[in-house]
Design a protein around this ligand. Structure first.
Ligand code: XLS
Ligand code: NI
Ligand code: NI
Length: 435
């Protein structure tokens, strides 16, 4: 098969290299703390941005050059995109990928025809995965693009829409399982409301809970081993999304008895939109044992949009990898670049520059976070800060056995508490030493 990209496979050349088409920091086989970078980082590219992102925005048409794409919704065109994509994954040394059903295959007039089209593309993906040793990080169903989902899918006011969505998820799950997917994502693109004036929120949430329980049943039926992930996002497209942030998702999962079946897929730009740092979202998930996977991108801090930029901020990737390492590293999850080139970066070559930038920034983030943890001063400080809880009384409180009377007696005996500086600036400077 002829090459679509006039680029050799990207190699690690070290930090002194002046070659823009080389890794300066991502060295797949180099070990960091006993694991290779490839094992730590588990990079994935998303089919929707990499192959289908046109660069269109509300003010103008697409700008991306895609000479391999004839613009039709034929199966032939869909299969050619798969060829291009796998060449890209190979040349960029990316081991995983992700898809929505509707990015990889066209939607047809009926459910059965759409299922059949998807089946054909999945057959081909299965073949190319085996040939190239690539893996599916996760699959998902696009339940937000088609006009029928304009008022929600699993939270639609209309049962017929809900059933359509169920049919799509059933097929997408079957395909993910067939491709040996490591996980499956639910991003509730239209699961929310525009206004409460016309919305029965309780009913919609109950329906969503029931929908996810049916998905769990089906997962068991087909023997799908991977976890389900919910991907939080506060708004855009709807005014209020039910899965607004990590804490809201965890509350929903607990309320509907779904915790054991779900983890979270956290996306940086969604954390920003929710008014949180990505580190906060990761910590919330990790503390609940629900840190699943990461959609690795970044937003523009002074802009309220989900701009899905490639992650090039070293402080950000350091904080992400710090949380991931503290949580024990990825198991089924990974770093999926749910990111798109700016519309000015319209040449196919820019796909490489964008992914190289993201991969190198994460490789450095990994090395820096590992060094901070190895150094131990940050952790020691935090341990020391909470040392009073190691006393008998502290342990009693933590195990739920203390009373207010006991604490009062302690407070009276001790008098005014002795507190110490939080040393934030000193610790920020310490982190900077590693960057
Ligand atoms: C959109 C979401 C989407 C999910 C998958 O904002 O990030 O791309 O990752 O449906
Ligand atoms: Ni995402
Ligand atoms: Ni996004």
């Amino acid at each position: 098969m002829a090459d679509f990209f006039d680029v050799p496979q990207i190699q690690f050349e070290g930090s002194k290299s002046r070659n823009p088409l080389a890794f300066k920091h991502y060295n797949p086989e180099e070990t960091v703390g006993g694991k290779t970078m490839r094992e730590h980082l588990r990079f994935a590219s998303p089919f929707w941005h990499t192959m289908r992102g046109t660069g269109a925005d509300p003010f103008g048409v697409g700008t991306m050059q895609m000479p391999w794409d004839d613009g039709s919704d034929s199966i032939e065109n869909a299969l050619r995109r798969v060829d291009v994509f796998f060449e890209f994954l190979n040349k960029c040394q990316i081991d995983f990928y992700c898809w929505h059903d509707r990015d990889i295959a066209p939607e047809r007039g009926t459910i059965s025809e759409s299922h059949a089209a998807l089946g054909e593309v999945v057959d081909y993906l299965e073949k190319l995965q085996a040939e190239h040793g690539k893996k599916l990080l996760w699959g998902t169903a696009c339940l937000f693009g088609h006009p029928r989902y304009g008022q929600g899918a699993a939270t639609s006011p209309y049962l017929d829409v809900y059933a359509y969505a169920a049919a799509q998820v059933r097929k997408a799950l079957e395909c993910t399982n067939r491709l040996g997917g490591e996980g499956y994502v639910f991003w509730g693109g239209r699961e929310g409301y525009s206004t409460l004036i016309n919305t029965n929120m309780k009913k919609e949430l109950d329906h969503l809970g029931a929908f996810l329980h049916m998905a769990v049943d089906y997962k068991k039926e087909i023997g799908f081993k991977g976890p389900f992930y919910i991907e939080p996002k506060p708004q855009e497209p709807t005014t209020h999304q039910y899965d607004s942030d990590a804490a809201a998702c965890l509350n929903f999962l607990r309320e509907y008895g779904l915790m054991e079946h779900f983890k979270l897929n956290l996306e940086t730009n969604h954390a920003t939109l929710a008014g949180h740092t990505m580190q906060h979202e990761l910590r919330v998930a990790a503390d609940a044992g629900a840190l699943g996977s990461v959609d690795a991108n970044e937003g523009t801090a002074n802009c309220g949009w989900d701009t899905d930029e490639f992650p090039t901020d070293l402080y950000l990737t350091t904080s992400v990898m710090y949380e991931v390492l503290r949580a024990g590293g990825f198991t089924t999850g990974g770093l999926n670049f749910d990111a798109k080139r700016r519309r000015d970066s319209f040449e196919p070559l820019d796909l490489f520059h964008a992914h190289i930038a993201g991969m190198d920034t994460f490789a450095r983030g990994l090395k820096i976070a590992h060094a901070i943890i190895e150094d131990g001063r940050l952790d020691d400080f935090v341990t020391q800060r909470y040392a009073t809880w190691d006393s008998d009384l502290g342990k009693k409180v933590e195990s739920g056995k203390a009373s207010l009377a006991e604490l009062e007696a302690h407070a009276i005996a001790k008098g005014e508490p002795n507190i110490q500086s939080g040393r934030q600036e000193m610790l920020e400077a310490l982190v900077n030493q590693f960057i």
